[in-house]
Design a binder for this molecule. Structure first.
Ligand SMILES: [Mg+2]
Length: 181
């Protein structure tokens, strides 16, 4: 059996595959980017309100050839504030709205961890969620963007060479479309 050894750093993470990276993605933080963030947690579907310009912005970005991947910290699970069920209910709803909009989300990654109960490489600024998406969907990091309202959102993707756009929490996504090309 032939064994190949691969050094997994940001420059040659793709050398373990013969496929050239194909997709360009917008990695989206959730709270404060997709939905209104009151400043603490979005506990359930009743508290989940999609911001006004998100859906039309996704249409513009889809027309530019991007796919969408949601990357969200949900440390409220580790803290016992809400559970996986509530998060899944929100994400099922969000996916339905996005599909109806003609802009389906390729995949949704959430980290249920919080440093008060235990460390995880998935929790942003850890890069594990973005790494999984890039590897699974053959995404080209350099042609992709991370959009978040916290520096740790951007840091989680910068580890793979994905550039970031930092927005103010709850700002209209529409206002940042000029940068996402
Ligand atoms: Mg956020």
């Amino acid at each position: 059996m032939k064994v190949r050894f691969v050094i997994m750093d940001k420059d040659n993470i793709f050398h373990n595959t013969s496929r050239e990276p194909q997709l360009k993605a917008i990695f989206l933080d959730r709270d404060g980017v997709i939905n209104y963030d009151p400043g603490d947690y979005t506990r359930n579907l009743r508290e989940f309100t999609i911001l006004p310009t998100v859906m039309k912005s996704l249409k513009v970005l889809k027309d530019r050839g991007f796919v969408f991947v949601l990357i969200t910290n949900q440390g409220g699970i580790a803290k016992g504030i809400y559970g996986h069920e509530e998060v899944r209910e929100i994400h099922t709803y969000l996916q339905k709205v996005c599909e109806d909009n003609g802009t389906p989300i390729l995949d949704i990654y959430y980290s249920p961890h919080h440093e008060t109960t235990g460390l995880s490489l998935t929790r942003k600024p850890g890069s594990m969620m973005v790494e999984r998406a890039v590897a699974r969907y053959n995404i080209d990091p350099k042609k992709s963007w991370m959009v978040g309202d916290k520096q740790r959102d951007l840091d989680s993707a910068a580890a793979l060479g994905v550039p970031g756009v930092l927005i103010a929490p709850n700002d209209p996504l529409e206002d940042y479309l000029d940068k996402l090309i």
